[in-house]
Write a protein that binds this ligand. Structure first.
Ligand SMILES: [Fe+2]
Length: 70
């Protein structure tokens, strides 16, 4: 379970990198007047945020506690 905690942490690092990238690209697209691209990027941004929250829930609700018990 401790290894699973490490996997979740590594996965959340990736999600946060993606969130920063898609958020910045969406803002840039809006500045450039590329609203259709901005919409797609914001949709993807929401998916990344949702995945990040799911990973947090998984860690907090189960995996962290199971790792503590080992
Ligand atoms: Fe992702």
């Amino acid at each position: 379970m401790v290894r699973d905690v490490a996997i979740i942490i590594a996965s959340q690092k990736v999600e946060h990198y993606e969130i920063a990238t898609y958020g910045s690209l969406a803002a840039l697209a809006k500045t450039l007047g590329l609203y259709e691209a901005a919409n797609v990027l914001e949709e993807t941004l929401l998916e990344e945020k949702s995945t990040d929250l799911s990973l947090t829930d998984l860690a907090v609700m189960a995996v962290n506690k199971e790792a503590k018990a080992e």
